[in-house]
Write a protein that binds this ligand. Structure first.
Ligand code: IPM
Ligand code: MN
Length: 332
């Protein structure tokens, strides 16, 4: 029996609904495996800020630190005060954003199967800058250490997952200082993996290539802001953010999260699609080394999508969030 302490950070809007649905599935998983979960729920986001004055209370920070793994859903307007600082303060340097087509989910490019590895701690997200009345700047910080670390993560992920190709995306023709450094670090890491195909693409061309020839990509590695933008492009190839899971991972800590936002328009109606949150939980289990359990969740979600009988309204179905969760739990 392996026991994990899981910190739940439901946040705002549809967050609590999709997390509850995911916990239902994880509870069902406990009965199928020798894994046990102990959940602790922590406050985060707009509502918490309204209540206590801070969107990210110290108790939440401590809870994340103590947990074996965390599942965060979404916040409204306070992302800059919540998930961004959490990513940086705990050095969750790799943001993993897979894009795969799912059965029953209309995809522009069903042949897509890409793992986007986004640097998650620096770049323009350092939020260093200055505003004068009529001029402003933000500083883009790129370090050798973080660049090397993220590219190595991408290669190691590729190796572990039977992939053969890593593409680094940059804009070194303009951002000569910062992306010049990123590329140099990237090449030095690539040289350690002669068995892998390594190539480089400038970010504008990469955007076009991703849309036109997604099948030519396997693992993509890039800096923070490019990864933010391009991961929405790859999500768009396979049906949008509604189905996109992700993970913020470091060497010994992690926060997994569906990429979608808090969807205030449908919050509290019980019709949110919890699939991205469930798939994020599956990624979390994989990170914990529970590959079999991870696969069970992913397969169960895929089964329910494929059957097409219990889909939420965003997928043209009539099921509620709870009904979807029950169907996935049963499919386990
Ligand atoms: C994401 C989001 C965040 C980001 C926002 C909400 C701050 O777009 O996780 O992709 O820019 O990283
Ligand atoms: Mn984004």
């Amino acid at each position: 029996m392996t026991k994990y302490n899981i910190a739940l950070l439901p946040g705002d809007g549809i967050g609590p609904e999709v997390v509850d649905a995911t916990v239902k599935v994880m509870d069902a998983l406990q009965k199928k495996t020798d894994i046990e979960f102990e959940y602790k729920t922590y406050m985060i986001g707009d509502a918490e800020k309204k209540r206590s004055g801070t969107a990210l209370p110290q108790a939440t920070i401590d809870g994340v630190k103590e947990a074996d793994a965390c599942l965060f859903a979404c916040v409204g307007e306070t992302a800059k005060e919540t998930i961004l600082p959490l990513r940086q303060m705990f050095n969750l340097y790799a943001n993993l954003r897979p894009a795969k087509a799912y059965p029953g989910v209309p995809a522009v490019r069903p042949e897509t199967d890409i793992m986007m590895v986004r640097e998650n701690t620096e770049g323009i997200y350092k939020m260093i800058g200055h505003r004068s009345p009529r001029s402003a700047f933000n500083v883009r910080v790129i370090t050798w250490e973080a660049s090397e670390r993220i590219v190595r993560y991408a290669f190691e992920w590729a190796k572990k997952n039977g992939k053969k190709k890593v593409t680094a995306i940059h804009k070194s023709n303009v951002l000569d200082y910062t992306d010049g450094l990123f590329l140099e670090a990237s090449r030095s890491v690539a040289a350690e993996y002669p068995e892998m195909e390594y190539n480089e693409l400038i970010v504008d061309a990469a955007s076009m290539w991703l849309v036109m020839y997604p099948e030519s990509f396997e693992v993509v590695v890039t800096t923070n802001m490019f990864g933010d933008i391009l991961s929405d492009v790859t999500a768009g190839l396979v049906g949008g953010l509604g189905m996109a899971p992700s993970g913020n991972v470091g060497d010994d800590m992690c926060i997994f999260e569906p990429v979608h936002g808090s969807a205030p328009d449908i919050a509290g109606k019980g019709i949110a699609n919890p699939a991205a949150c469930m798939l994020s939980a599956a990624m979390m289990l994989e990170w914990l080394g529970e590959n079999k359990a991870a696969k069970l969740i992913e397969d169960a979600v895929l089964k329910v999508l494929k059957e097409g009988k219990t889909l939420t309204p965003d997928l043209k179905g009539k099921a509620t969030t709870v009904e979807f969760a029950e169907a996935v739990a049963k499919a386990l």
